[in-house]
Write a protein that binds this ligand. Structure first.
Ligand code: ZN
Length: 98
């Protein structure tokens, strides 16, 4: 068992001793938040937002075309600035003519 899972197990045991359930979870969360520093809470919130799908929340995604980030509620917009497929002058212009 890793240190982390051992630590979480210990906290789970405390939760069981307090009767378990969502009320106890909330009490533990409240106490945990009171215990953490402001920076830790901020970091966690950012991490949580990145790793969870939050309905209606503004999220940024990585564009497969331009590798930039864009608001997932909208499209990237880079499609407009890139040359249309099959048009001239991408690699073809770099290849010397024989
Ligand atoms: Zn893009």
């Amino acid at each position: 068992m890793t240190n982390r899972s051992k630590a979480i197990n210990d906290l789970d045991e405390v939760k069981e001793h307090m009767g378990g359930g969502s009320d106890v979870s909330e009490t533990i969360l409240d106490n945990l938040l009171a215990y953490l520093t402001v920076d830790q809470i901020k970091d966690f919130t950012e991490h949580f937002k990145r790793t969870h799908d939050i309905m209606g929340y503004e999220q940024y995604e990585l564009c497969r075309d331009c590798q930039g980030t864009f608001d997932s509620n909208k499209s990237c917009g880079c499609e407009d600035t890139q040359p249309p497929q099959g048009s001239s002058s991408y690699f073809s212009s770099l290849v010397p003519e024989c």
